[in-house]
Design a protein around this ligand. Structure first.
Ligand code: FAD
Ligand code: DHB
Length: 389
């Protein structure tokens, strides 16, 4: 078998890259470890930056996001029983779109169905061979048979636990990591969102976030201990704790109901450098992770896809290797800014087990400053809506 590009991972990064490449006539095959239903059942990101929407437009899959997504011009920050609003559109010139990652992925798979692109699901033992040579290939098992695909390039879009990053020899990569001493317990419930814009809350009991997927579907998160399990948290316990972390008037308006999904996610900052080894290019969670505060994970994956797509396009259309040669440098420059913002916003909004009285005063002083200072709000807004590519 031969394809021009082998994409490992059928999550949003891999699917988006595949669709963009198809648009310029480059043949890309996708290898996915799980089933399509499994990938579509994973509940994750909810906020899309303009850059991501632009890429979705280029890929021809943005119509449902525009029809059903919820554009937001601002976001709220709650602390000490009160709230203030950051005018995202006013400060940064554009808004964000609330549209679930699950829906993006569904739109991408639907689009993939309509073209004759090959996706191999439930593959195992994926091995990238000869990434540092001119003739790379990828071998894998499927349905009890071994396969091998020769290709020009390999895109490692296989998430944090994939094989692509591990394929780069240890002595050639450097990893940077910070693990946060808590997790996020998230639920989905078929209830109207408590507010039409997102509320990020800093409270003495820990962080809380009120988000949504639609006017009838709410997504809420609370900071929890990583020792907790989903079984430790009944719906009632979740709602009680969420209300305690929100300003009284917001808590009073919260409509509760049974959860239809509940999960705990760890918080981590992680970057590997470089994001390229020979003909292997890492994209998205395969190369970096951000803590979810600020919704940068999926959006940063999208900016990688943009740089890689531009590089491959210049190569296939004009035999210009510059974009591919500069891929790692360009992608990492934006990645580190998203890492900084996510780390800053996480540090500002959570309670840390070892926080001193001094640390708490610093958090309060920073929130007071953000509340009252236009320049600080502008800096936050520009990062939140997404820095330019
Ligand atoms: P993934 O979505 O991880 O996709 C990788 C794919 O590769 C998977 O389908 C996997 O099955 C497949 N794969 C793995 N190994 C192999 C292999 N060996 N062979 C073949 N296939 C393989 N981001 C935000 O922006 N906002 C949020 O609100 C947000 N919330 C999140 C909540 C949770 C619980 C989690 C876990 C993440 C969240 N993120 C959020 C992050 C966001 O979901 C990710 O950044 C995004 O999914 C990255 O996309 P990706 O395609 O790079 O990786
Ligand atoms: C969502 C998740 C986030 O991490 C965030 O900052 C905003 C929204 C969400 O899942 O809706």
């Amino acid at each position: 078998m031969r394809h021009q590009v082998v994409i490992i991972g059928g999550g949003p990064s891999g699917l988006l890259l595949g669709q963009l490449l198809h648009g310029i006539g480059v043949d890309a095959v996708i290898l996915e470890r799980k089933t399509r239903d499994y990938v579509l059942s994973r509940n994750r990101a909810g906020v899309l930056e303009r850059g991501m929407l632009d890429l979705m437009k280029q890929a021809g899959i943005d119509s449902r996001a525009h029809a059903e997504g919820l554009p937001h011009d601002g976001t709220l920050i709650a602390y000490e029983g009160d709230m203030f609003r950051v005018d995202l559109a006013g400060h940064a010139g554009h808004s964000i779109m609330v549209y679930g990652q699950t829906e993006v992925t569904r739109d991408l798979y639907d689009a993939r169905d309509s073209i004759d692109a090959v996706t191999h699901f439930e593959v195992s033992n994926v091995v990238i061979n000869g990434a540092d040579t001119d003739q790379p290939s990828v071998s894998f098992d499927k349905g009890g048979q071994s396969h091998r695909i020769e290709c020009d390039y390999v895109a490692g879009c296989d998430g944090f636990h994939g094989v692509s990053r591990q394929t780069i020899p240890e002595n050639l990569r450097q990893e940077f990591e910070k693990v946060y001493p808590f997790g996020w317990l998230g639920i989905l419930s078929e209830t109207p969102p408590v507010n039409h814009e997102l509320i990020y809350a800093n409270s003495p009991r820990g962080f809380a976030l009120c988000s949504m997927r639609s006017p009838t579907l709410s997504r809420y998160y609370i900071q929890c201990s990583m020792a907790d399990t989903v079984e430790d948290w009944s719906d009632e316990a979740f709602w009680t704790e969420l209300k305690r972390r929100l300003p009284d008037d917001v808590a009073a308006q919260l409509v509760t109901g049974p959860s239809i999904e509940k999960s705990i996610a760890p918080l981590r900052s992680f970057v590997t450098e470089p994001m390229r080894w020979g003909r292997l290019f890492l994209c998205g969670d395969a190369a970096h992770i951000v803590p979810p505060t600020g919704a940068k994970g999926l959006n940063t994956a999208a900016s990688d896809v943009h740089y890689l797509f531009q590089g491959l396009k210049a190569w296939y259309q004009d035999k210009n290797p510059e974009g591919l040669d500069q891929y790692s440098e360009k992608a990492l420059a934006r990645v580190w800014k998203a890492e900084r913002f996510s780390w800053w916003f996480s540090s500002l909004m959570h309670r840390f087990p070892d926080q001193s009285e001094f640390d708490l005063r610093m958090q309060k002083a920073e929130l007071d400053f953000l509340r009252s200072n236009d320049a600080a709000q502008k800096a936050m807004a520009e990062n939140y809506v997404g820095l330019p590519y």
